[in-house]
Structure formats: structure tokens, C-alpha cells
Write a protein that binds this ligand. Structure first.
Ligand code: UD2
Ligand code: MN
Length: 287
């Protein structure tokens, strides 16, 4: 796993911008001084949590997808923090919270697949996706919430781990990936119920196996605060169980059968909340 670290002077050139429609003069500035601007007041967002810069044309649009169940304090803090953070970066964005209805074990990866599907139905301009936990807050304004040319691992240095990377292959927490790349790897696996394994499956068996590289920004930019929460019930052998059940890695079979291509779910409610769009889903429909 040979991830590429983008140098600080290359941050902005590494990002994939919205198509340029010739209105270059009125494009929103995106420079580090601007990001560090001190007297920033946040703007109101649209009902449903979307936002566009009011007086310039955004260079980037990002869809944030947040998997969620029963962490109301985390969600409230996340939204209160993220709206001003993203607005300061002058990008246009949408926030989708995909909530799993009670009953089955939590399935983070499948909720991301659902968020991808639902966001594409709702926003035609979606081309960049940020799949992100509800309990992680970026601490550095240079951490631009837009997609790089290659899939990016964002949340590598957490306060919880004293800003050390627990293992170099880590791809959990928050990632940014282009729509076409996510489609090309058939999304996440739908088969990881319970805690763990889904992030490694995405990086090893999908993203890298499909010939993409994984990149990160420099480590001081990737600092995050992790909000406290009750630990999820661990099923540490999730991944081994998955493999024992026939989920082998490199034959390309699982990848093509398991993911966006066989995604099944039932939407129980779509609600445009004040600060986000909520999609409540039932996962008991087959895979
Ligand atoms: C780690 C990873 C996470 C994921 C997980 C294993 C990092 C920083 N985090 O997080 O990305 O790979 O291990 O699956 O690498 N959630 C709920 N309700 C629940 C359970 C989970 O809303 O009952 C959501 C929520 O967005 C949460 C995320 O799923 O942030 C990950 O779950 P976690 O925070 O319990 O797991 P954690 O911290 O071990
Ligand atoms: Mn967590």
C-alpha cells in the first residue's frame, strides 16, 4: 500500500474542479489565506442542508454522505461544525445523512452505497463524494473538502491516536472519491454488518485492485477530533467470516457481484431537515 502524499503547494492543483463554463473572473477564490480568514460568519443553508456561495461561482461541489444511527449528540455537533467549515472553503455542498432503521446490525458501507444512489437521484451536479463518519471533525482549514484526482484518505491523524496513523493502510473515517471511480469499483461491499472490515475491503479489494492509487494530504492537515461515543459492539472477525463465506479478494468475482450492482434497500422516509437531508432506510431487504 503505497499511498501518495500530496505536497502542500500542490493541494489546489490536485483537486478536480467543476467544469469551467468560461466565467473564470467570478470563480470563488480558494486560497489558504482565504481559508484562514478570521472574522468568518456562517451563512444560512437551504432547507435540506445544501449550500452555494452567494456571490461567486464555486469551483467545487461535494456531496457528504454520513452513515448514522442513534448518535444524536454527535450529529448535532458535526453539523454545527461542518457548515461554517465548508462555507469558509467557498465550495458548494450537500449533506445526506443515511439513517439505518433499528433491527439489524449496523452496516456502514451499505449506507454509503445508498447515499451515493440517493444523492445522484437528488442532485444532478454530483461528481465528488465524501463518505464520512459522523464523529470526526477536521481541525485544519487547509483540509479542503473536495475530490482529488485519485481517491483520498482524509482522516489519517486523530487526536484519539495522538495524531499517529494506527496503520499505514487505514482507509476508514472519511474519504473523498470521484463518482466515476466509485462506480468503477462497484462501491462498497454490502456484506459487512457490525463493526469493521468494510474500509479495508474498499481500499484493498476495490480501489487498489482496480488500479487506482490512494493519496493523502500532508499529515498535519489531516488532523481530526473524534467525538466521544459509546463503542460500537465489536465483531472483530467480521472480515474473516466474510472471507470464509467465499468473499475471496482477487478473483474479481465478489467485486463485480457485491456492491452498487446488487444494492437493495427500502426507503422509509426522505426528509429535508433544517441542516441536512435525512434518508431513513430499512436494510432487511436481502443483501
Ligand atoms: C472506525 C473507523 C470507521 C469504520 C469503523 C468500522 C476511523 C477513524 N474510523 O470507527 O470509519 O471503519 O471503525 O466499521 O478509521 N455509526 C452510527 N451508529 C452506530 C454505529 C456507527 O451512527 O451505532 C456510524 C457513525 O457515523 C460512526 C461510524 O458509523 O462515526 C463508524 O462507527 P464507530 O464510530 O462506532 O466506529 P469507530 O470509531 O471504531
Ligand atoms: Mn467513531
Amino acid at each position: 500500500f503505497d499511498h501518495h502524499v500530496i505536497q502542500e503547494e500542490d493541494l489546489i492543483p490536485s483537486l478536480v474542479a467543476l467544469p469551467d463554463e468560461g466565467q473564470v473572473q467570478s470563480k470563488c477564490p480558494l486560497n489558504l489565506e482565504h481559508l484562514a480568514h478570521p472574522g468568518f460568519k456562517s451563512f444560512p443553508v437551504e432547507q435540506g442542508g445544501g449550500w452555494n456561495p452567494p456571490d461567486c461561482i464555486p469551483r467545487f461541489h461535494s456531496v457528504l454522505v454520513i452513515p448514522y444511527r442513534d448518535r444524536p449528540e454527535n450529529l448535532q455537533q458535526f453539523l454545527a461544525f461542518m457548515h461554517p467549515f465548508l462555507q469558509r472553503q467557498n465550495l458548494s455542498y450537500d449533506i445526506f445523512v443515511i439513517e439505518q432503521a433499528p433491527g439489524m446490525a449496523f452496516n456502514r458501507a451499505k449506507l454509503f452505497n445508498i447515499g451515493f444512489r440517493e444523492a445522484l437521484k437528488a442532485t444532478s451536479e454530483a461528481y465528488c463524494f465524501i463518505f464520512h463518519d459522523v464523529d470526526l471533525l477536521p481541525m485544519d482549514r487547509r483540509n479542503i473538502y473536495a475530490c482529488t484526482r485519485q481517491p483520498r484518505h482524509m482522516t489519517s491523524h486523530l487526536d484519539k491516536f495522538r495524531y499517529n496513523l494506527p496503520y499505514p493502510q487505514l482507509f476508514g473515517g472519511g474519504i473523498a472519491i470521484l463518482k466515476d471511480q466509485f462506480q468503477a469499483v462497484n462501491g462498497f461491499s454490502n456484506r459487512f454488518f457490525g463493526w469493521g472490515g468494510e474500509d479495508d475491503d474498499l481500499s484493498q479489494n476495490r480501489v487498489l485492485a482496480s488500479g487506482y492509487q490512494i493519496c493523502r494530504f500532508p499529515s498535519d492537515i489531516n488532523r481530526y477530533q473524534m467525538l466521544s461515543h459509546r463503542p460500537a459492539p465489536r465483531m472483530a472477525d467480521n472480515y474473516r467470516k466474510f472471507k470464509a463465506a467465499g468473499g475471496s479478494d482477487h478473483d474479481g468475482m465478489i467485486l463485480s457481484r457485491d456492491g452498487l450492482s446488487d444494492l437493495m434497500y427500502t426507503v422509509l422516509a426522505r426528509t429535508r431537515e433544517e441542516l441536512y437531508t435525512k434518508i431513513l432506510v430499512d436494510l432487511s431487504t436481502s443483501m
